[in-house]
Design a protein around this ligand. Structure first.
Ligand code: SAM
Length: 217
């Protein structure tokens, strides 16, 4: 037990279970990870709020429900190699590291990546690997991946990322205009891709070669 465990339990029950998340492993991970450790001290009081919170570098730590929902969409059994695009604070990567065999996480802002690496090391998570660069083109040297999670909004599904998805794999990605996206699940079955739309969401833009390039609207 730690000083935030009651808040964490309340977050899981009122924000996540109440909205229909049922995967027991996802709920257990959300009950375990101390979310306040991913925010600066003056924002600890917002760590369990039902919303995204601005973290360092004008980037955000996603709403707890959205983290749980995206993770449930990945349908992790514990054996997978997972790519996360958009390390941010490292909170989602920590959740993934509890639920998958290995996590590869890429962030375009080097300082964020370094801070996230330090946080995961402090929490004893040794199965996450950190990369800096444009994740809109995936992480070719380590492909293919059983699961890919993009935690920034893309104007369209990057072909490079889709091509790095293993057979039987799943890609979870917010796709659509800058203001609001649809959360999409792309499941690869041989040469075929089955797409399921999970509903609206709102993420900061995926900036890069196969994401937003600055001039697009
Ligand atoms: N998963 C994060 C967490 O748990 O804190 C939240 C991610 S935040 C909503 C989106 C992140 O995607 C930002 O840190 C942003 O810098 C990063 N990002 C945007 N475009 C990117 C790109 N092309 N490659 C890698 N990271 C990118």
């Amino acid at each position: 037990m730690d000083s935030h465990s009651a808040e964490r339990e309340r977050m899981v029950e009122t924000q996540i279970v109440a909205r229909g998340i049922r995967d027991a492993r996802v709920l257990s991970a959300m009950r375990t990870v101390p979310r306040e450790r991913f925010l600066p001290p003056d924002r600890h009081s917002l760590a369990y709020a039902d919303r995204a919170v601005e973290a360092a570098g004008a980037q955000t730590i996603s709403q707890p429900y959205m983290v749980a929902r995206m993770t449930e969409c990945l349908a992790l059994a514990g054996t997978e190699r997972v790519l996360e695009v958009g390390t941010g604070t490292g909170y989602q990567a920590t959740i993934l590291s509890l639920l998958a065999r290995e996590v590869f996480t890429i962030e375009r802002i080097p300082d964020l990546s370094e801070a996230a690496r330090t946080r995961l090391a402090a929490l004893g998570r040794a199965n996450a690997h950190f990369f800096t660069g444009d994740g809109s083109v995936g992480l070719p040297p380590h492909a293919p991946f059983d699961r890919i999670l993009v935690t920034a909004g893309a104007p369209r599904v990057p072909g490079a990322i889709l091509s790095q998805l293993a057979d039987g794999g799943r890609l979870v990605i917010p796709v659509g205009p800058r203001e609001e996206q649809d959360l999409e699940v792309h499941a690869r079955e041989g040469a075929a891709i089955r797409v399921t739309r999970m509903g609206p969401c709102r993420f900061v833009p995926l900036v890069g070669e196969q994401g937003w390039r600055g001039t697009e609207t």
